[in-house]
Each structure stands twice: as structure tokens, then as C-alpha cells.
Design a protein around this ligand. Structure first.
Ligand code: MSS
Length: 363
């Protein structure tokens, strides 16, 4: 399909030149627009909607938005206004689509052909889920999942289970999850899930349910298609099924953001971003010879915690010629990016360092 020229209405406030518009529901940040900062500015952040976004009017009166909390001793419907009285925290965390890097899969994994830009690092402000749950008496016994439901109006004539955005994550995520009403110090836009979004730091994008209207502690994972067979890692050619790994905690990853095509003989500054998912980063190594030799890069700016990304830089000399620049991150537990891909049907979770490199002509 041809690339649409303009941004869809619900994302018209975005910086068009910073984005690759794949479709009305999918836009990614250009690699060259990621920059060197610790936080991604909202107007450059990628967008991914599985369903048409609700109308902008959902954020007209954000404090009146209601969320139902179930699977706790005292289930209740709370407004955002109520939540704002229950506790507050701010967490920096990477929002990354499960399919970021899908474009590198040679089998032509179906879905949006994301390169590196379906990711950004965001400051989320909201109430710790734990505070809400404790105020409602704690989870009922034998619950193993937190199931969040998106507030989109579902189109008529289709089985809701096949389209609803409803995701379950293991209850271990309760320690860090929050119900967020602000993104980067501004009220959450409907583009990114306002008035209220479930944020699960370190988990793939899909688990960060926008316009969240229901949060339930459940014994089992939801049987909604997006959970049962969607976002499941399986071999090429295999159908999605509940017994396959679900896209939950993100893996360690990095990529170069500059230079992208040319450099000058001699000193060059190589920039990129790296993150460890739910585990803090240890280091990033950079190679300008396609992975034969490596040098450790320096982190830039403040460390915003284990779920944030860290921009990095390496100043290095390069002779004239063509250079393959790659980066490889390692977390504090010693997990490091593999060289290759983990081939899988839908092209999920790609963190191989080789594909994510750039080829630069130095003269
Ligand atoms: N939510 C809702 N409600 N809906 C939809 O569609 N999507 C997902 C998440 N959440 C959705 C939700 C996805 S899938 C993603 S990535 C994310 O979101 C994105 O975000 P932004 O804000 O950027 O748009 Mo993949 O894994």
C-alpha cells in the first residue's frame, strides 16, 4: 500500500517529519528523529492502535472517566478523580511494540513493518496499582493474572472476543504497574490512551492498555484473541496458541541512531539508545567493523531507573570506506543481545544486534 501523506486526525498534533506513517493506525519514529535525550518527546512517539481510536472527546472531562476494579476483596468502580486521591508516582519506562524490528525478518512476517522506531522512553505519572488494590482489600485468592480491558467502542456484528483489546499479565507485575493519567508531564492524550492507561513498566507495548475501563485480578488469562493466540511467539508457519510464550517482559536491546549514512574520516560520534526491559543495563558495546571488535560506549544523561532507556555515545576514529556500525547491550544479570534473529512467525521481540546496525560511508 502507498504511504498515506498525512497524519490521521487523532494524531494530527504529531511531528509529521519525525514519523514514518505506515497506516492510519500505525506510525513509527524515524531512526534519525530519536535524538540523544533520555525521554522521547510526545509529538515524536510512535502510535499503534489495534482498533480505531475513540473520539477526542473521551478526554474532555478526564477526572470523570471510570474504571472498574474486580477480582479484589471489595470490587469498585473508581473515577480518575478518585484515583488521584489514592496515591501517585512517576516512572520512566520504555514503550515498545512487540513487533518493533519486524521489518528485518526475511520470511516477511505479517503485520506493520516496523524498523526501530516503534519505541520511545516515556515519563508516566499515575497511581501505583498496588495502592489501589490494597485500598480495595487486596486480590481475591488464587488469582494469577491482572487483566486490563481497553475502552474502545467495538464495531457491531463481530464477536467482541475477536477484536477487544484485553490483555493479561502475571500478577508479579503488580509491584510496578500503574494507572497513568499523565505522559511526559502533560495530561494523557487520547492518542496515547487518555484519560487512563495501564502501564506495566518493562513489558511490551500491547500490555499497556489504553483508555482502560476494567482491571481484574483473574485466575486465568483472558480468552480474548489478542491474548489467546495473538502476541504469541512460535515458529514460522505455526498458528498462535495459548501454550506459546506471550509477549510480556521485554528483552535487552539497543540500536544506533547516528550517524545513519555518512561519516567523516577520523573522529566520529556514534549515538544510540539501549534498555534492559525489566532489568537495569550494565553496558553497551559498539563496533564499527560489523562486530569484529568492540568498544564500550558511555551512557548519556541521568539514569531514570531500570525501565528507562539510556542514550549512549562512543567517540571513535574511522578510516575512509564503508563501515557497518552495530551496538550490543548487556543487562546487570548478564543477558546480552544475540547476534542473529530468533525466527518466529509474527516477527516479535527482535533484539539481534546484527540486523539493527547501520552501514555508513566514511569519506
Ligand atoms: N490499548 C488499547 N486500548 N487499544 C490498542 O489498540 N494497542 C497496544 C497498546 N495498548 C492498544 C492498546 C499496542 S500493540 C501497542 S504497541 C501500544 O498500545 C502502543 O501505544 P501508543 O501509545 O504508542 O500508541 Mo504493539 O505490542
Amino acid at each position: 500500500a502507498d504511504e498515506p501523506k498525512s497524519l490521521p486526525d487523532y494524531a494530527a498534533w504529531k511531528e509529521r517529519n519525525a514519523l514514518i506513517v505506515h497506516s492510519a493506525n500505525t506510525m513509527e519514529t524515524q531512526r534519525g528523529a530519536i535524538g540523544n535525550g533520555v525521554i522521547t518527546s510526545s509529538d515524536r512517539l510512535f502510535v499503534r492502535n489495534n482498533l480505531p481510536a475513540p473520539p477526542a472527546s473521551v478526554t474532555d472531562n478526564p477526572d470523570a472517566w471510570e474504571v472498574r476494579i474486580e477480582g479484589v476483596k471489595n470490587p469498585r468502580t473508581l473515577t480518575v478523580g478518585d484515583l488521584k486521591q489514592m496515591g501517585v508516582t512517576t516512572v520512566a519506562s520504555v514503550l515498545q511494540c512487540s513487533g518493533n524490528g519486524r521489518a528485518f525478518f526475511p520470511h516477511g512476517a505479517s503485520g506493520t513493518q516496523w524498523s526501530v522506531g516503534a519505541a520511545g522512553c516515556i515519563m508516566w505519572t499515575g497511581v501505583p496499582l498496588k495502592d489501589v488494590v490494597e485500598a480495595l482489600g487486596g486480590p481475591v485468592d488464587d488469582t494469577r493474572y491482572i487483566t486490563s480491558t481497553g475502552g474502545e467502542t467495538l464495531p457491531d456484528g463481530l464477536d467482541p472476543k475477536t477484536i477487544i483489546v484485553e490483555r493479561s499479565v502475571p500478577t508479579r507485575a503488580m509491584e510496578t504497574a500503574l494507572l497513568a493519567w499523565e505522559m511526559n508531564d502533560e495530561p494523557l492524550t487520547h492518542t496515547h490512551g487518555g484519560p487512563l492507561r495501564m502501564v506495566v513498566p518493562g513489558y511490551y507495548g500491547v500490555n499497556n492498555v489504553k483508555y482502560v475501563k476494567n482491571v481484574a485480578f483473574t485466575e486465568n488469562q483472558t480468552d480474548a484473541k489478542i491474548q489467546a493466540s495473538g502476541y504469541r511467539v512460535r515458529d514460522v508457519g505455526v498458528k498462535g496458541a495459548p501454550d506459546q510464550p506471550s509477549m510480556w517482559e521485554m528483552n535487552v536491546k539497543s540500536w544506533v541512531t547516528a550517524p545513519l549514512d555518512s561519516g567523516r574520516t577520523g573522529r566520529n560520534m556514534i549515538y544510540g539508545v539501549a534498555f534492559g526491559g525489566t532489568v537495569a543495563l550494565e553496558k553497551v558495546d559498539v563496533s564499527v567493523d560489523g562486530g569484529k571488535t568492540w568498544k564500550q560506549a558511555r551512557f548519556l544523561g541521568p539514569d531514570l531507573g531500570p525501565y528507562a532507556w539510556r542514550p549512549f555515545v562512543l567517540a571513535t576514529d574511522m578510516p575512509a570506506g564503508e563501515h557497518r556500525i552495530v551496538s550490543r547491550a548487556t543487562d546487570v544479570r548478564g543477558n546480552t543481545q544475540p547476534e542473529g534473529r530468533i525466527e518466529n512467525e509474527r516477527g516479535y521481540g527482535h533484539n539481534g544486534w546484527s540486523d539493527h546496525g547501520v552501514t555508513v560511508a566514511v569519506s
